[in-house]
Design a protein around this ligand. Structure first.
Ligand code: PBG
Length: 327
């Protein structure tokens, strides 16, 4: 009678054994909650395509931030939805504009207890919905956009953001933002570069979340889903330009990219579990097709296992609550 040399099942015999031998585990501290604030709202506004996620008022945003702190969440990423939009996204530069004000309000609420991050991008502020300004042919003008990003970054740093998240995929954006920050005396404001950000169908619900004005797509600036090698170039460029952290986005359809980036990046790697990834799981769970909590936990663990040091997820606070229960 011959026996198997290894019986991997030995390490799966009890919950305690599985817990002891787990290669990866989730921590609230590495989760980042993306949050939306909309100018002029008197009540939080539910986002139909993202059940459980809302456009916040100032008060509800502050409460969400305080709750995140309470549960040990690592950070919050703020997106603003302005009342007025124009071709150049001017409202993004107003110190009293929706996003800059939200940064100040959240900082006043949480101080340094939560890492406060903000989106540096024009798509929420332009009346055409693109991430930059357009030239005469309707093409997103890279270098004209960079000038505005530099000013936007300084305004957000002045408002108190700890970390800026440029998500527009313009070439050279990290260098321009870094230089603008240094010149304005914000040497300690960090930058998480959306380095490998793909043009994705899974951003659909986010477009509802920010009342996006976009018609068409972002394929002239976001990456093509067919490309793997190119992600390495994007990360290398952003690190050279001074990125303190890099991000891969979306997460679940791009775990190969995440693993590649995790293997080569000299700086911490974030992954963004985006709106469509959230909505798919919520929809399947609402239909009773999957176990909601188990599916959420597994999806975020998969992103971590692929190499993410940090995960942006709309479930950050809820997940942090579960992690506390099971400690
Ligand atoms: C652009 C931005 C987008 C997301 C984050 N930042 C939308 C886009 O590129 O179209 C998507 C996030 C999500 O889908 O959850 N400011």
């Amino acid at each position: 009678m011959s026996f198997p040399t290894h019986r991997p099942r030995r390490l799966r015999t009890t919950p305690a054994m599985r817990r002891l031998t787990a290669e990866h585990r989730l921590n609230a501290a590495e989760l980042i909650l993306p949050a939306f604030i909309r100018e002029g709202l008197t009540e939080p506004n539910p986002i139909a395509s993202m059940p459980g996620v809302q456009q916040h008022t100032t008060d509800s945003l502050k409460r969400a931030a305080a709750e995140a702190v309470e549960l040990g969440v690592g950070g919050i990423m703020l997106f603003g939805i302005p009342a007025e939009r124009d071709a150049r996204g001017t409202a993004s530069l107003d110190p009293e504009g929706v996003l800059n004000k939200a940064i100040r309000d959240v900082r006043a609420e949480v101080g340094d207890e939560l890492v406060v991050m903000s989106d540096v991008c024009l798509d929420e502020f332009t009346d055409h919905g693109h991430c930059g300004v357009l030239d005469g042919n309707g093409y997103v003008d890279n270098d004209a956009t960079l000038e505005i990003y530099g000013q936007m970054a300084v305004a957000q740093a002045e408002a108190g953001a700890h970390v800026l998240g440029p998500s527009g995929m313009m070439d050279g954006q990290i260098a321009v933002i870094r230089q603008a920050l240094e010149q304005a005396g914000h040497a300690n404001t960090a930058v998480v570069a959306y380095a490998a950000k793909y043009a994705s169908a899974f951003y659909g619900p986010f477009r509802e979340a920010v009342d996006s004005q976009l018609t068409g797509d972002r394929r002239t600036y976001q990456m093509d889903a067919a490309n793997r090698r190119e992600a390495i170039l994007e990360v290398e460029l952003d690190v050279e330009e001074g990125a303190d952290m890099v991000m891969v986005k979306p997460a679940m359809s791009y775990l190969d990219i995440l693993a590649d980036v995790a293997a080569m990046s000299p700086v911490p790697v974030a992954a963004y579990q985006i709106s469509g990834e959230y909505s798919m799981i919520e929809a399947a769970a609402a239909n009773g097709w999957i176990d909601r909590r188990a599916a959420i936990t597994e999806s975020v663990l998969g992103i971590k296992r692929a190499g993410a040091n940090m995960v942006l997820t709309y479930w950050a606070t809820e997940l942090a609550g579960w992690l506390k229960e099971t400690r």
